[in-house]
Design a protein around this ligand. Structure first.
Ligand SMILES: [Mn+2]
Length: 351
């Protein structure tokens, strides 16, 4: 397991000299943020991120994300030029030493929560998802904006996109994903890069838009679209785990044994009557068996990347919801601790 931490580049107020002080930190997870979706990233920008990480003793082996242009997800004739740009980004990142690229195939919106600052009993705040709040949200009224959503969309753009997606059901979205994968996976193989799709978050359709990376059956289908190790997963426990029927430790064990997990997002959530709330990473704070999840990784001798996913806001920290320093650092240390204990036990058992 290689511990990593998301870093939003030079504008991130959580700076690399802080990130490097978190024990066992191996690599940053970052991206070029100032290039529009669908365009090629300048080599200088990629090199600048890598150099900044290296100056702080950190690698830059994971990119999150290289976003997929909507025309690719929609399957429009214009998709090929965006796919060409995507391939070039994979080549450039591979040359820069990147080993894993996280991306998602969610139409229009990235992760969705209904409130970003829900106060818990201990005074911390976190992101939550309540069905009742979701029903009151209308993405087309032009007022909604959540982090994780592309704020550059204007009301008219969103209306047009929603119109276009009326022709795209789950089957069509799967077809468009297959077309994309058949084009990029050979390039990734050649570049020594593992592609790692992030599951849809939450794993069900939102605002009538289709979502497909949602459950075991669909993930099996996704992996078989191109049966190559380079066609793999970012296994996000909080995303897939929002489905109360999903047995997350079993799924981690299954896909790790297949060698198809390249990147783990570890986060805990607690189920409540109307949805779920993000909690501290510790197993006893939420509904997910985090120890069982880390054990599944250890049992598979998992050698891929892990990052603590969303943290709470604690100790008065202000910042990007889900991406403060303190609680994510606690999460990394908790995961490291569980991992070390399991490895200690396993290595001594085998002596
Ligand atoms: Mn995630």
């Amino acid at each position: 397991m290689k511990m990593t931490f998301r870093w939003y580049g030079e504008s991130d107020k959580i700076t690399l000299d802080k990130i490097r002080q978190i024990p066992n930190m191996y690599s940053v997870v970052t991206a070029v943020y100032d290039v529009p979706v669908g365009e090629v990233w300048p080599n200088e920008s990629i090199a600048a991120l890598k150099d900044a990480a290296a100056r702080n003793g950190l690698k830059m082996e994971v990119i999150e994300s290289v976003p997929v242009h909507e025309d690719i997800k929609l399957g429009l004739p214009t998709r090929d030029k965006y796919i060409d740009a995507y391939k070039e980004n994979i080549r450039r990142l591979g040359k820069a030493g990147v080993k894993c690229i996280c991306y998602n195939f969610m139409p229009v919106f990235d992760w969705t929560r209904t409130q970003l600052d829900k106060v818990a009993a201990d005074g911390s705040t976190s992101l939550v998802y309540y069905e009742k709040q979701l029903k009151e949200m209308n993405p087309l009224d032009g007022e909604l904006s959540l982090p994780g959503w592309d704020s550059s969309y204007k009301k008219e753009d969103l209306k047009r996109l929603f119109e276009q997606y009326k022709a795209v059901d789950e089957e069509k979205l799967f077809e468009n994903l297959e077309y994309f994968l058949k084009a990029i996976i050979p390039v990734a193989e050649e570049a020594g890069v593992n592609m790692a799709i992030h599951p849809d978050d939450p794993p069900w359709p939102i605002f009538g838009l289709p979502r497909i990376i949602t459950n075991e059956k669909n993930i099996d289908r996704f992996l078989s679209l191109v049966d190559s190790p380079a066609n793999g997963l970012t296994f996000c426990t909080g995303s897939l785990g929002a489905d109360q029927n999903a047995d997350i430790p079993r799924l981690v064990a299954k896909y790790a044994a297949m060698g198809r997990i390249h990147f783990m997002h570890i986060r805990n959530i607690r189920f409540v009557a109307d949805g779920f709330e993000e909690t501290a990473h510790d197993a006893n704070y939420g509904s997910l068996d985090i120890v069982g999840i880390v054990k599944a990784l250890s049992d598979a001798d998992y050698d891929g990347y892990v990052r603590p996913d969303h943290g709470r806001m604690i100790w008065g920290e202000q910042g990007k919801p889900g991406y403060g320093l303190y609680d994510r650092a606690l999460g990394a240390s908790y995961i490291n601790g569980v991992w070390e204990a399991l490895r200690y036990e396993k290595e001594n058992r085998n002596k």
